[in-house]
Structure formats: C-alpha cells, structure tokens
Design a protein around this ligand. Structure first.
Ligand SMILES: O=P(O)(O)OC[C@H]1O[C@H](OP(=O)(O)OP(=O)(O)O)[C@H](O)[C@@H]1O
Length: 207
C-alpha cells in the first residue's frame, strides 16, 4: 500500500463489481431510450469512473464533460460553483446521466443539474461513485424521470474527526465555565453555587 494511503475502504474487486452493477442497472433502465442517454462526466475527478462505466454499459452512449469550480481551499469549497467547462454536445431532448466521482456538499451537482435542465435535457440522472450524505449542505433535485445511482456511501466520520470534535466541545465548555462570574441563585431551601475554579456545582443551605 502507498505511504500516503491511510486505509483502503473498498478493494479493487469490490469497486469493479459495483461499477458493473451500476452499468447493468442503467442499461436496464435505458434499454428502450431512443436516442440512448448521454453520460456527462464532471471533470476532472470523474474521468476514470466514466471510462469504466462506458466500457461496461451495452448501449451506444455518448460522453461529454463539464466542470464547475468552487473557489475555496482545502477540503471545504466556498459554496457557489461556477461553470468553467461547458458541453460540446447538444442535449436538447436527451436523457442525461451526470457522472460524478464524489458528492459532498451537493453544491456542484445542484449547479450542474440546473445547467443541464436549462440546456433542455429531458431527464437528468446522477451516477456518483461515492456519496457522503453527512456532508450535504445543498439539496439537489433530479430532472424528469431521473434516478440517483450511487456506487458507495460513506456515512461515518473518521474516528480522528470525532475525537477532535469531542475535544473541541470539552475545551469550549471549560472556557465558558472559567469566564463565568460566580452565580448565587436561591432555589427553595438551598442555592446553587458554581465554583469557577473547580468548575463544580454544589448545593448549600441558605445562611
Ligand atoms: O458536492 P461538492 O461539495 O460540490 O463537491 C463535489 C465535487 O468536488 C470535487 O471536485 P473538485 O472541485 O475537487 O475538482 P476536481 O474533480 O477537478 O478535483 C468532486 O470531484 C466533485 O466534483
């Protein structure tokens, strides 16, 4: 295994058989579509995935590419993507299958689906290699009879992320407690006193 790969989620055989299943499912769904559907792959990430699908699907499909860039850094996009590569094919009245490698916040898909609909696609489906529904921020709507074909789903957070978020919550709670002035609030026969130094709460009788 390469040094930069932390862990393997799915083996080559698992991926290969899942791609074949997706191709078979789409072939059955579009068996009678005339003309056959167009694969619109989202550059750059989806180029290998669309090639694998195209080799396995027994239909005379056409392939084209689009690209939408959202200007951000690291793994979080800035939000609203802008189209930076457009189709060459005319998709007016055609069934389109938008092929993505990863669906994360959903903003890229949302932007591209609207674009394909505006170009006159009769339906827009999505075929994503990997879906991360826990990261979704933008809800995307398929067009016409469009379906969502999903290769794999990654729902869980990485343990390191869960630990980091837990430690952050504890740290924020400690800062909150330390910055609070001492509170003296009577409740019936007793009172609650917060001791900022020990961050404890004690019940004491009224004096
Ligand atoms: O659901 P979203 O939050 O919009 O993110 C998903 C998009 O982000 C990635 O592309 P990226 O912008 O990294 O470009 P690339 O494929 O050229 O690497 C990925 O390939 C998707 O297209």
């Amino acid at each position: 295994m390469d040094a930069h790969i932390e862990r393997i989620l799915w083996s080559e055989d698992q991926i290969s058989s899942r791609v074949s299943e997706l191709a078979s499912e789409m072939a059955a769904d579009f068996a009678t579509a005339e003309p056959p559907p167009v694969f619109v792959a989202v550059a750059t990430g989806a180029f290998l995935f669309v090639a694998d699908l195209a080799r396995r699907i027994p239909l005379e499909i056409a392939v084209d590419f689009v690209r939408a860039d959202s200007y951000g850094s690291g793994t979080d996009s800035s939000g609203v993507p802008a189209l930076s590569l457009d189709l060459k094919l005319n998709i007016q009245g055609r069934h389109v299958i938008l092929v993505e490698d990863i669906v994360d916040t959903g903003s890229t898909l949302s932007c591209l689906i609207a674009h394909l609909q505006a170009k006159g696609a009769s339906s827009v489906s999505v075929c994503a290699f990997l879906d991360k529904p826990v990261r979704r921020k933008v809800h995307f709507q398929l067009v016409g009879e469009g379906k969502f074909y999903r290769g794999f789903e990654q729902d869980e957070y990485h343990p390191a992320v869960i630990l980091a978020e837990y430690m952050y919550s504890i740290w924020m709670l400690m800062i909150f407690q330390l910055s609070m002035p001492q509170i003296k609030a009577p409740i019936g026969v007793g009172e609650i006193r917060t001791d900022a130094k020990s961050m404890g709460i004690s019940l004491q009788g009224n004096k």
